[in-house]
Design a protein around this ligand. Sequence first.
Ligand code: G1P
Length: 297
Amino acid sequence: MTNKVTKAIFPVAGLGTRFLPATKSIPKEIMTLVDRPLIQYAIDEAREAGITEFIFVTARGKSALEDYFDRAPELEAALRLAKKQAQLDELRRTDMDSGAIAYIRQRDPKGLGHAVWCARRLVGDEPFAVILPDDVIAGQTGCLRQMVDAYAETGGNMVAAMKVPPAQISSYGVLAVKSDMGALLPASGMVEKPRAEDAPSDFAAIGRYILRPEVMRTLDTAQAGSGGEIQLTDAIAAQIRDHDNVFGYRFKGQRFDCGSKAGFLQATVAFGLAREDLRDEFGAYLSSLNAASHAAE
Ligand code: G1P
């Protein structure tokens, strides 16, 4: 079996209730950091990693996502007429080739493991990536690129991992690790959302995975776990038990939890400051806020 990873699953069926009322009519994946939707960051990261087939697991009410990746002939014509080349180029980046992108419906919200399993026929007998667009990771080299390179060397299942403070560990899938070998963390177990006192380590799973096709076979018969949902974490834990072939991957980069409002705001500030066209004006504004709050103390 090839170690080349060309397919990625994007689970985007969630209701996004934490961002109501905005998510009443727009999918949360379309919400923007500066001027680009969350999903665009995920797609760009996947492309950089060599992904050529993009599989979206969607649900009712998410059709705006499909339109986002389609062509926009009227808009293109208007921009061409106005000679707005930069905007045209930006628009083209959102364009996906016919056949590169596929949409699968998850009919009922049964959990992340179930969402991934919905894509089983498109994935077939190949390794595949999973990207959770809520986790936005900024860095020189994209997180998935780093993982694909590591996977080409080691061939095991890989879960992006980072240390989180004890008070936050119960929000994550948590790895038990055999040893701390720099970037690669050979795993001896994985549990979904343990209580802080039961967590096997402070290494949390972050939303990037490279998984072998056996994970789909495990999901074929998966039972509900934490929160009454079919958990991807449980299927990965089964690989550890049966094949001992799972690694945490400690990526380089800064991760933002855009599934939370505070994380989304932090990402907005960081990405705003990283933009050449905004840095001066936005940076000056933030400094003025800082100065004002010190003056008030
Ligand atoms: C999901 C996974 C969890 C992982 C997290 C990363 O949880 O189930 O294992 O640690 O993503 O963001 P969720 O945030 O969807 O509850």
